[in-house]
Ligand binder design. Structure first.
Ligand SMILES: [Zn+2]
Length: 130
């Protein structure tokens, strides 16, 4: 059975989407994906670099507090990116379940990242490491 790329509902083989709204929404989704690609990639790289720097600082210089702060900020940035720009990462799921459900999953992962980052940063601030 063929499914609508946007909402994931089953449709017959003569159609690509269930209605004009789904077609328009799909168009907007890919338009947004293209528009924010640069910002997303840049932010992602920045976040990953922060995570690595934080790890290096925490492990090599044994400054756990600073390490947690830097790594936590990195995870926080990546989480926010996925939450605000949920257009990337799960193309396989789009084919199977549609854009709506995929966007939800990506946002959820973003929220988890955001919370994890927040916990790291807060620990870095309040836990009195030596
Ligand atoms: Zn649809």
């Amino acid at each position: 059975m063929k499914t609508c790329e946007y909402c994931g509902k089953e449709i017959d083989y003569n159609h690509a989407f269930c209605d004009d709204e789904c077609e328009q929404n799909t168009f907007n989704y890919y338009k947004n994906r293209k528009r924010w690609q640069g910002l997303f990639s840049g932010g992602n790289i920045l976040g990953i670099i922060s995570c690595l720097i934080g790890l290096v600082v925490g492990v090599i210089s044994k400054n756990v507090k600073l390490g947690l702060l830097i790594t936590g900020s990195g995870i926080l940035v990546i989480g926010i990116l996925y939450l605000v720009l949920p257009y990337y990462g799960l193309d396989e799921q789009i084919k199977k379940k549609g854009i709506i459900s995929t966007t939800k999953t990506v946002r959820m992962l973003g929220a988890v990242g955001l919370l994890t980052g927040l916990v790291c940063v807060i620990c870095g601030i309040i836990v009195p490491f030596k």
